[in-house]
Design a protein around this ligand. Sequence first.
Ligand code: ARG
Length: 250
Amino acid sequence: MKKRVVLLAVLMLCLLTISACAGEKEVLKVGTEATFPPFESQDEDGNYIGFDMDVIAFIAEDNGWEYEIVNIAFDTLIDKLEKGDLDIVIAAMTIDDERVQRVDFSNPYYDASQIIIVREEEAREFGLDDIAAMDLKIAVQMGTTGAEEAQGILGDDKIHNLYEFKRANEVFTELLSGRVDLAIIDQPVAQKYIAEMGGMKIHGAPFTEEKFGIAVQKGNKDMVDKINASLEKLVSSGEYQALYEKWFDE
Ligand code: ARG
């Protein structure tokens, strides 16, 4: 009799643990900064949309991963990934030397470039080399490659002409307000904001060569391999091309 009670208790305990574990499928935390259309932004209902959002959805589906989007300032993404507060970062993030020291990147999935935007009525002629001498003020998003380019362009002498913003949309409102003379940002994003907000235009040609990658914690080879395998499938299935046309061909 006693034996049966013990057995029953053990059985119940087992069932409890199993159901607890089954219900607790890991939800990956995917970090981004969602004021960066057409890569990542939010629709009126707060849903995350954009090229990157479709790419990560494909990768997650392909691997049977559940995930949630964590929308935070761009300049905090790498820190949070290093600390383990995030599992993946997809944020139109350029693979650069400094970041490669701290996190691991997937294979590149998009070729990008920085470009200058000015107000529509801007009539002055200037190239990259004239910006510092003309005392022009530049708006950029904090922690981006655009910010780094701007620092190089201004040099130490004119660094006070650098205006950095946490969110990309603030860069454009600042330019429209007239407090700065130009903004530097990734080309497709510039085009999207110009189309949506008006009052601005592209100035000159794209002037950097960058590649976007998906970042994971340093040493997480398993996850990089899985992401790369899914990226290959994305391309070979024709889905990459479809997404490209969906988000970039206007
Ligand atoms: N490509 C640039 C960089 O890697 C800008 C990325 C900004 N991304 C964003 N989601 N706000 O620095």
